[in-house]
Write a protein that binds this ligand. Sequence first.
Ligand SMILES: [Zn+2]
Length: 210
Amino acid sequence: MPGAESRASLALVDVGAAPRSIDHEAVQRAVADLLGALGEDVDAEGVRETPRRVAGAYAELLTSPPFRLTTFPSEGYEGLIVARSIPFHSLCMHHLLPFRGLAHVGYLPGERLVGLSKLARVVELFARDLQIQERLTVQIADWLEAALRPAGVGVVLEAEHMCVSLRGVQRPGACTVTSALRGAIRDDEHTRQEFLDLTARTFHQGGTAA
Ligand SMILES: [Zn+2]
């Protein structure tokens, strides 16, 4: 009964980031102070509720819902598994401005596979935080390596940062690409090339088909 055996060897891991403690009232006071310092009349009709709305928005942007990671036996599958173009957004810890883009997450299985939708949840788990893109990339790769013990992990993020597009050098659409490659996806030339070919296709979407 291979079906029953597979179900019996399902492994469930409860995943939740350490809960962030958010003092909503203090955030609202701080936002009101910020508005005042920026020269706004904090009692004006359009602005009166802004501290409450901003506190709610930041709480949502910085909280990742817990989820269950399901793993199951790889049963001989030895190829690359890549989830491409997972949309994500995060908050730049340097400017408190959003950055958003696409994540490509892949692995070369060891003994366990992970439910496909869970790769997007892992990205979200670390993106809902004050971040820099480099750290986010590494955290996703580290986490998958520890949780799955795969033969290789590859994470590529491409993102547009509002702190770059809207201020300073102002290059709308400028895209920052970061990668973290581990195990065979880093060390084996053929596997690395296959992973990069699979993820690179997205970068040229809308351009000429390669
Ligand atoms: Zn920034």
